[in-house]
Write a protein that binds this ligand. Structure first.
Ligand code: SF4
Length: 462
């Protein structure tokens, strides 16, 4: 089924509402502060809210204390997320007492979870607006209603329409994200995302290319294409490898990255596109989650250890110097010691350059939450420690092969702990520390790798 788009008339109505708010502010420049939790998807939504607020005449505030509008863009992925978010929203009560004109907005995927928005609105009467993830396009209209004294609570179902043509104010830097799709169809048994972000919807390829061109015009040289599972992107017949080849041609773009890739949908065509496109970086984030087939089946991941390892071989054969990173969950319900050891042996076999490891924790509303055989906390903790030791060994070992090689880094910043060192990433995502000064930030420099640090490299600018 083709995705639906927010109709151009809704976008026009949103622009008109933004103009009315701007007029109403009469040249005043109220300040906004957005606190974003969770993944890059949420960061990207926050950049759109910031674009709309800028369109309405708002300017960024340095802190919540200085702000006239505070927005919490929430996430429900992490453990105890609701507790933490409610705690943070609660702190605003005091600010609201000092400044009754302060506008408070709570939005993001946690608000899509059943009952949460209503609970939040009841508990915090000072919150002026509660929005789900599908209300971005009408934000200016909702803000007008709040300015008229109304309290707004708007949550649509999760399979929202795709908004195109909204303004965006990107976070400063040289690297930025472009969202290529929304939602997820995979229903991994531990994950809440499909319930709060809805079914998979892909943007049109030409809209994505246009957005990348605009980002390059705005000074960004590195773009990461974002989606919960980019490998299943399907923009009106355009596949993800085809999209990569299209974006690779954008003039002025230096580096192209993407995430996240579900192993079950990683095709040889994508491996070839990575190998053949000049700007596509040799890095792939390929979450394995477990190295044991019974646990992978319980997780509903729909691939086996053997299939995953065959993908790794394919990548290593065709994409020179490819770095693979991953996510791993230990202590999934019923996981035995031997099954956990399968994960450790897979980590050793693959040789990841980074791995994000988590002890399984229950997400209410998911299949895994109702499974028997939950693993005791102390067992999960011990497995996590042992897994991390294996990951660290694998990372340190993988770094040695860089010594004596040459590459190009994009200088991102300065590390001031001890002797100040500039740092930047190779295309493979490896971080390299070099001597230099802050005038280099944003520049690409050729380096010779001379040594390793714990999980990074050091080098000299040539
Ligand atoms: S692929 Fe699985 S883990 Fe990733 S967002 Fe979809 S359901 Fe969640």
């Amino acid at each position: 089924m083709e995705p639906k788009f927010v109709s151009p008339s809704v976008i026009e109505a949103s622009n008109r509402a933004a103009a009315r708010v701007r007029e109403r502010l009469g040249g005043a420049k109220p300040r906004y502060y957005i606190e974003t939790y969770g993944c890059q998807m949420n960061e990207h939504d926050s950049e759109t809210f910031a674009g709309q607020l800028t369109q309405m005449g708002y300017v960024p505030a340095a802190s919540k204390q200085e702000a006239d509008l505070i927005m919490f863009n929430t996430c429900c992925i992490r453990e105890h997320a609701e507790l933490r978010t409610f705690g943070n929203v609660g702190f605003v009560k005091e600010l609201k007492e000092q400044n009754p004109a302060l506008i408070t907005v709570v939005c993001g995927c946690m608000m899509q979870q059943k009952g949460v928005a209503r609970r939040l609105a009841q508990r915090f009467p000072f919150v002026d607006m509660v929005l789900g993830t599908n209300e971005l396009a009408q934000f200016p209209q909702f803000l007008e209603r709040v300015m008229d004294g109304e309290r707004v609570l708007e949550i649509k179902d999760t399979d929202g329409e795709i908004p195109e043509g909204l303004p965006i104010k990107r976070n400063e830097g040289f690297s930025t994200f472009v969202n290529i799709m929304y939602g997820c169809n995979n229903f991994c048994s531990y994950c809440i995302v499909p319930y709060v972000r809805g079914r998979e919807r892909s943007r049109r390829a030409e809209d994505i290319v246009r957005e990348v061109e605009q980002a390059v015009n705005d000074g960004f040289t590195e773009v990461t294409l974002l989606g919960q599972n980019v490998n299943s992107y399907s923009g009106f017949g355009v596949t993800f490898p085809e999209l990569l080849r299209m974006v690779d041609k954008v003039e002025g773009l230096k580096r192209l990255r993407f995430m996240t890739s579900h192993p079950k949908d990683l095709s040889h065509e994508l491996v070839l596109a990575m190998a053949e496109c000049k700007k596509v970086c040799p890095h792939i984030h390929l979450p394995v989650q477990s190295g044991n087939n019974r646990i992978l089946a319980l997780m509903n991941r729909r691939y086996t250890r053997e299939h995953y390892l065959s993908l790794v071989r394919d990548l290593r054969e065709f994409v020179p110097w490819v770095e693979i990173t991953t996510d791993i969950i230990v202590g999934f319900p019923t996981e035995t010691e031997e099954e956990f050891e399968d994960t450790v042996s897979l980590v050793r076999e693959v040789g990841y350059s980074a791995a994000y490891s988590f002890a399984y924790s229950v997400r209410e509303g998911t299949k895994a939450a109702a499974m028997d055989g939950q693993v005791p906390e102390e067992v999960k903790k011990s497995r996590l420690q042992r897994l991390n030791a294996a990951i660290n060994e694998s990372v340190v070992g993988a770094n040695d092969r860089y010594i004596g090689t040459r590459g190009e880094i994009l200088i991102e910043g300065c590390d001031r702990r001890g002797e100040p060192m500039m740092f930047g990433k190779l295309p493979s995502l490896k971080m390299v520390y070099v001597k230099g000064d802050e005038s280099m930030i944003g520049e690409y420099k050729n380096v010779l790798i001379t040594g390793t640090r714990f999980n990074s490299l050091c080098g000299e600018i040539e």
